[in-house]
Design a protein around this ligand. Structure first.
Ligand SMILES: [Zn+2]
Length: 185
């Protein structure tokens, strides 16, 4: 369960209960390592559930508000309709439709697969507070899914203005299984 703690908006760094420390919104960065792993895993399970809506490309994503664990948006790959509609982009669009283009520094995107350069760039432009993924780009390539071989950390490193963090390999045994066992045409 996510802790229900108020986000410290006016104080620099605030300890928000067991293991969950959230910096001020102005810092536009959430300390991902301070959030207990089971909290990340619970959100990743939601991303996995979203991914199951696409049997061929099970890329699912959820955007969660760090302070109260509210699920703000969901997305699943819909590249069959539009090549840019990766799960992360669908989740970004869902977020904006429901909440407007604000509050990005307070939320974390969870995705079953490491964001590709297009999606990671979009997340950087959003200045999202953090990104957590399951399966790596390298593993996706190994199981036969076309990938641009540019790790998300490389995109982040090329954007010095971006303060968000990234954490990978969360529940990767489960997300890897999604991709290994996906339906093939
Ligand atoms: Zn992508």
């Amino acid at each position: 369960m996510w802790s229900r703690r108020a986000l410290g908006l006016s104080i620099g760094a605030v300890a928000c209960g067991p293991g969950l420390a959230v910096r001020s919104v102005s810092a536009q960065s959430l300390e991902l390592s301070a959030i207990p792993l089971p909290v990340h895993q619970q959100a990743m399970h939601l991303a996995i559930a979203a991914a199951r809506a696409n049997l061929f490309f099970p890329f699912g994503a959820v955007i969660v508000r760090a302070a109260d664990r509210e699920v703000m948006a969901t997305g699943v790959n819909n590249a069959a309709a539009n090549p840019t509609l990766h799960g992360e982009i669908v989740a970004i669009n869902d977020y904006v439709a429901r909440h407007g283009n604000r509050g990005w520094g307070e939320v974390i995107l969870y995705t079953t697969g490491e964001p590709c350069p297009m999606c990671m760039s979009a997340l950087v432009w959003a200045r999202i507070g953090g990104v957590v993924y399951g399966t790596s780009i390298e593993k996706l390539r190994q199981v036969g899914i076309d990938q641009i071989l540019l790790p998300a950390t490389t995109v982040i490193a090329a954007a010095p203005f971006y303060r968000g963090q990234i954490l990978g390999h969360v529940l990767e045994s489960e997300t890897d299984a999604l991709f290994v066992n996906r339906k093939r045409r």
